[in-house]
Design a protein around this ligand. Structure first.
Ligand code: NAI
Ligand code: MG
Length: 349
C-alpha cells in the first residue's frame, strides 16, 4: 500500500468501550509515528447515553459520514439501562449489515504465559471466519399473539448462494496465506439440510480451485467438543453467523480469556470501511474503574492495520502484545492505561 494518511471513525461506545479504545488509539499513535503514517480521527457519540438523550441509535446521516472513512474502531455497546436488542440491532448490527461486513474475523491463539483453562492444549493458533451478513441474524422473522399462550415467533435463517460463496472464498484465501493450509467447515448439515447442503456444496466447489488446502467438515456440536479436547487441530474455521458467534466465545475462553480476543468486521471488497472491535462487551461491572484489559482492543487495532496494508505496523503491535503478555504474572494489578502505555512503548521501540 502506498497510502500514508488514513481516516478513522471512532465509536468508543458504552462501559469499558471508551477506556479500551483510548489505549488502542494510543498504540496506533505510537506505531504510526514509527511507520510514517497518520490516522485522522473522528469520534462518534453513539451508544446508551445518546439513546437516552435523543432516542437515536445510528441516524442515517451519521452512518453516511462514518461510511466515508478508511476504517472504524469500535469499543463496545450495550448498557443495562437500555432494553436488550436496541443498541445491538440498531447500532452494531446496522453498521455490520449496512457496510456489508460479510467476514467476521476472529483469531485465537494460546499464549503460553497466559495459560488456558485446558491442561495441555498444545499449540493453538486458528482463526474463525464467521459469516456476518446472513444466517439467523438478518432479522427475518416476526411475532404474533405476543404474550398469549398462542404466541408464535419466527427467526428465519437466510443463506444465499452469493453470500455463502463470498465468505467461503475469503476463508480459502486466508487458509492459503497461512502455513498449515487447512480449512474446516462447521455447520449442522445433518439437521439443517437446506442451508447445510448449500454451505457444503459451496465449500466442495471452491475447494477444487485450492488443491493445496486440506478441507474437513464438523457438525457444530462436535466442533465444541474438539475446541476443548483438541483445539490445536484447527487452522481456519468457516461457519455461519450464529455458529460463529457461539464458537468464538468458546475459543476466547480456552485461549486466555475475553480480555485478549480481537475481531474484525471486514468488507473484503472494500466497498465500505471495515470495523475493528474487541469481542467482549461493555462490561458494566468494571466500567469506569480502569480495570479492563485493553489488549483485545489493541489487537483489534493490529487487525485494522493489517487490513489497511500496514503489515509492519500490525506485526509491531502483535509483537508488543506478545512481549507484554509474556511478562504478565497471575493477579497482575496494572490499570487499563498502564497496560496501554507499556504496549505502546514496546510497539514504538
Ligand atoms: P461482557 O463481555 O461485557 O462481560 C462479560 C464478563 O467479562 C464481565 O465479567 C466483564 O467484566 C468481563 N470482561 C469483559 N471485557 C473485559 C476486559 N477487557 N477486561 C477484563 N474483563 C472483561 O459481556 P456481557 O456482560 O454479556 O455484556 C455486557 C453488555 O455488553 C451487554 O449490554 C451486551 O449486550 C453488550 N455486548 C456488546 C458487545 C459488542 O459491543 N460487540 C459484545 C458482547 C456484549
Ligand atoms: Mg458474541
Amino acid at each position: 500500500s502506498t497510502q500514508k494518511n488514513f481516516t478513522l471513525a471512532v465509536v468508543g461506545g458504552d462501559g469499558i468501550g471508551p477506556e479500551v479504545t483510548a489505549e488502542a488509539l494510543k498504540v496506533l499513535d505510537a506505531v504510526s509515528a514509527v511507520h510514517g503514517v497518520t490516522f485522522e480521527r473522528t469520534e462518534y457519540d453513539l451508544g446508551a447515553k445518546r439513546w437516552h438523550e435523543t432516542g437515536e441509535t445510528l441516524p442515517d446521516a451519521e452512518l453516511a459520514e462514518i461510511r466515508k472513512h478508511d476504517a472504524i474502531l469500535l469499543g463496545a455497546v450495550g448498557d443495562p439501562t437500555v432494553p436488550s436488542g436496541v443498541l445491538e440491532r440498531g447500532l452494531l448490527l446496522k453498521l455490520r449489515f449496512a457496510l456489508d461486513h460479510y467476514v467476521n474475523l476472529r483469531p485465537s491463539k494460546i499464549y503460553p504465559s497466559v495459560g488456558s483453562p485446558l491442561a495441555s492444549p498444545g499449540e493453538v493458533d486458528f482463526v474463525v471466519v464467521r459469516e456476518g451478513t446472513e444466517g439467523p441474524y438478518v432479522g427475518n422473522g416476526g411475532a404474533l399473539r405476543v404474550g398469549t399462550p398462542a404466541e408464535i415467533a419466527t427467526e428465519v435463517s437466510v443463506n444465499t448462494a452469493y453470500g455463502v460463496e463470498r465468505v467461503v472464498r475469503d476463508a480459502f484465501a486466508r487458509a492459503q496465506a497461512r502455513p498449515r493450509k487447512k480449512l474446516t467447515l462447521v455447520h449442522k448439515n445433518n439437521v439443517l439440510v437446506h442451508a447445510g447442503h448449500l454451505w457444503k456444496r459451496t465449500v466442495d466447489a471452491v475447494a477444487t480451485e485450492f488443491p493445496d488446502i486440506a478441507v474437513d467438515y464438523l457438525h457444530v456440536d462436535a466442533a465444541t467438543i474438539f475446541l476443548v479436547t483438541d483445539p490445536a487441530r484447527f487452522d481456519v474455521i468457516v461457519t455461519d453467523n450464529l455458529f460463529g458467534d457461539i464458537l468464538t466465545d468458546l475459543a476466547a475462553a480456552i485461549s486466555g480469556g475475553i480480555g485478549l480476543a480481537a475481531s474484525g468486521n471486514i468488507n473484503p471488497d472494500r466497498t465500505a470501511p471495515s470495523m475493528f472491535e474487541p469481542v467482549h462487551g461493555s462490561a458494566p461491572d468494571i466500567a469506569g474503574q480502569q480495570k479492563a484489559d485493553p489488549t483485545a482492543a489493541i489487537l483489534s487495532a493490529a487487525l485494522l492495520c493489517d487490513h489497511l496494508g500496514l503489515t509492519e505496523a500490525a506485526a509491531a503491535i502483535e509483537a508488543a502484545v506478545t512481549a507484554d503478555i509474556e511478562e504478565r504474572t497471575a493477579g497482575g494489578t496494572r490499570t487499563t492505561s498502564e497496560i496501554g502505555d507499556a504496549i505502546a512503548k514496546r510497539a514504538a521501540g
